[in-house]
Design a protein around this ligand. Structure first.
Ligand SMILES: [Fe+2]
Ligand SMILES: [Fe+2]
Length: 299
């Protein structure tokens, strides 16, 4: 067999390929249109109990979902030479879906008598602009793109786990209308996002040079933070949400982090170093819990 045909055969058998990714995004677009709020039943039988148990979770999740509008602007700066499939995914599928998740959750919290989410939909931070400037250099663009996929993986996985817990908690309380018509449709859309990032991350990682991989590990270790948690107050909000969802003890938080970061640990080599989870992710979620504890103690 000629060398070129061998190469083509090898490429066909690789899990990553652009046509495969495009087909995945096509399928998400077709099977998961953005949720129509008219299909959501906001009936809550015992609003006071839902507020007492889940207010911090609803607020954080609504804000994180709504702020995808700003994240989309950030991606335009961070990935000036993004492949077409990335743009297709984040502009035409991901953002419209996530925005509706945010609107549904925000509507729910307002109907529960809570204030609407305080969002920042437009500010591009100096850090984003600086990384965007670096990303103009082709070889660094791939490093930034890898960080984007890693962030996407941890964010989508944490969202999915959070929605599972929120759903089960609401069902336990007898709040089936909200659980079935809001939380279930939302959580059905998250695994497809995770799959996009995971496929992309595996494909790109296999094509990075060793120095690029080194830089990805370094930048990830110094910059990791949960989504929508840029300062201490937002980090404390993440901690409050974790407590509300029953993952507020160090043991349950570590178990949560292990599930969230499994692919990252495998790709970046933490697993080879005998670590189930990259230590910076463990530290970051523990910090969120600690900041929430400190804030509660001051209140
Ligand atoms: Fe979402
Ligand atoms: Fe998502």
């Amino acid at each position: 067999m000629p060398a070129l045909s061998l190469l083509r055969t090898a490429r066909r058998s690789e899990p990553w390929s652009e046509p495969r990714l495009v087909a995945h995004v096509d399928r998400l677009a077709e099977e998961h249109p953005p949720i129509d709020l008219a299909t959501c039943d906001f009936t809550v039988r015992r609003p006071d109990e839902v507020v007492a148990r889940f207010a911090p979770a609803l607020d954080y999740m609504a804000r994180a979902e709504l702020e995808v509008e700003r994240n989309t602007l950030e991606l335009g700066v961070l990935l000036p030479h993004a492949p077409d499939v990335d743009r297709y995914f984040y502009r035409e599928v991901w953002q419209p879906q996530e925005s509706q998740h945010g609107l549904a959750l925000d509507e729910l919290q307002v109907r529960l008598g809570l204030p609407p989410a305080q969002t920042d939909l437009t500010t591009l931070s100096p850090k984003i602009r600086a990384v965007g400037a670096l990303a103009q250099v082709g070889a660094l663009q791939d490093v930034v793109r890898m960080l984007y996929y890693l962030t996407g993986m941890t964010t989508e996985r944490s969202a999915l786990l959070a929605y599972h817990r929120l759903h089960d908690g609401l069902v336990d309380m007898g709040e089936t209308a909200v659980a079935d018509t809001i939380i279930t449709p939302i959580r059905r859309q998250e695994p497809g996002h995770f799959a996009f990032y995971q496929l992309s991350a595996r494909g790109l990682w296999s094509r990075l040079a060793e120095w690029q991989r080194w830089l990805v590990r370094r930048m990830r270790a110094v910059s990791f933070a949960p989504v929508a948690a840029g300062d201490d107050s937002r980090k404390a909000d993440v901690g409050d949400m974790m407590v509300a969802l029953g993952i507020g003890t160090p043991e349950s938080a570590d178990e949560f982090v292990q599930t969230v970061a499994r692919t990252e640990a495998e790709l970046l080599g933490a697993a080879d170093a005998g670590l189930a989870v990259p230590p910076y992710i463990v530290r970051s979620f523990r910090e969120c819990l600690e900041l929430a504890r400190q804030r509660a103690a001051l209140a």
